[in-house]
Design a protein around this ligand. Sequence first.
Ligand code: NAI
Ligand code: ENO
Length: 307
Amino acid sequence: MFEKVALVGIGLIGSSLARAIRQNHLAGHVAISTRSPETLKRAEQLGLGDSYTTDAAEAVRDADLVIVSVPVGASEAVAKQIAPALKPGAILTDVGSTKLSVIAQMQPHVPAGVHFIPGHPLAGTEDSGPDSGFADLFRNRWCIFTPLPGTDPAALERLSEFWRRCGANIDTMDADHHDRTLAIVSHLPHIIAYNIVGTADDLQTVTKQEVIKYSASGFRDFTRLAASDPTMWRDVCLHNKDAILEMLARFSEDLASLQRAIRWGDGEKLFDLFTRTRAIRRSIIEAGQDIDAPNFGRQVAEQPAKP
Ligand SMILES: NC(=O)C1=CN([C@@H]2O[C@H](COP(=O)(O)OP(=O)(O)OC[C@H]3O[C@@H](n4cnc5c(N)ncnc54)[C@H](O)[C@@H]3O)[C@@H](O)[C@H]2O)C=CC1
Ligand SMILES: O=C(O)C(=O)Cc1ccc(O)cc1
């Protein structure tokens, strides 16, 4: 699909892309760049690309597609570094979990003639680094683009086709809507997980050994999310601040209401809420969006292509 693809950042997402590109024969040459020499060396040992450098500008030179896969707080530094070396006509995209901030950080540095199309694959795990990636990470998962006004439709289609060949389903929306939606479906769950695991860790009456020994599956699910990369999630919190604070305010209000129902023995209220939320889980399963189910993605894949 592309003669040369440059991957800036080679952690979970960058290395999964490298593996998907190789598996699906999507590029003639994959140039890999990352800030730390140790990570770069590991990427080379794993054979993830064709060339390796700690100089991001060198990696992106002559590339037709540049994918930035670094913590969102590093977006501006990377954009500044690569901007002078970007080839006219190249597609520049990213995978960051927040979009308004990434756009604000990168867009001012993008030279005219380069197609900047912000993106976000809704696929990941709690692991990080080049060893943790795998080629099928994006299979049947959504990849959302938040194109800027005036985006070249041909460049958007080319990038969409690249992600489709990596296994993803494509959606587009504006960046503000993306950030508010992801705040509730992804960012808040992680923040709640960090908080509950932190609270359990702080408890003086229950020892750490007991927390580990008796952790029922509900708590274990939280510990998985709370094991996610600290740098990445610090940056998500700092760079989607407004939407996260808005959702946290609503969450706290609803939690206070739940607290009151428990205090006053309002069983009806508890039962009604738990019935409503159970239906959400069923809808996810019926829509083929339950990633743990054997039929995951079937309904999505069977949907007719958008005209
Ligand atoms: N981990 C996940 O589940 C998902 C992460 N994302 C987004 O993808 C991006 C990358 O995340 P991961 O691959 O999980 O992180 P990671 O921690 O596995 O990898 C990050 C990479 O960026 C490099 N890096 C850090 N600062 C840099 C800088 N200033 N210049 C150049 N390289 C730098 C690191 O050396 C590493 O290669 C983040 O923006 C994150 O929000 C998106 C979807 C899922
Ligand atoms: O590991 C999980 O459960 C995730 O939710 C992965 C994830 C993390 C961040 C994203 O922006 C998208 C997906």
